[in-house]
Unconditional design. Sequence first.
Length: 143
Amino acid sequence: METNDTENKPGDIFGISVTAAAAANLRAAAVWGKVMAIAGFCSAALLIIEFVRLCLVDSDFGSLGGYTLTNSFYSVVTIALLFFMYLFLYRHAVKMLAALDAQSQEMLSESFGQLKAYFRFIGILFIVTFVATMFLTFFMRFV
């Protein structure tokens, strides 16, 4: 009787099995990703505290002290970007650990989807920052 070699066996991903060593490496990467994400959430919280402190220094109930509205906008955008960046990483790490514990292909796919979103977010952020930096560098030559 012939067997179909293209069928996935338990623990296989597209015909590639996840060995114990690969699972251990994925688990270690997920644990460190979770640690990094939690540290990132803490840094975002510290930035929020610093932002509030700067807004309240020498404030006259209507002004932002020495902190301008433009600086406030950039601070809020930066904190939001950091939060979402670390949120994608945290979701990936949690889903990866759950997928390895349950040996679930579906959860593993969801985990890699979150990792894809994380890298897409960082890539877009890098491109926007790079283009803005190059534009401002070129523009400042003529000002």
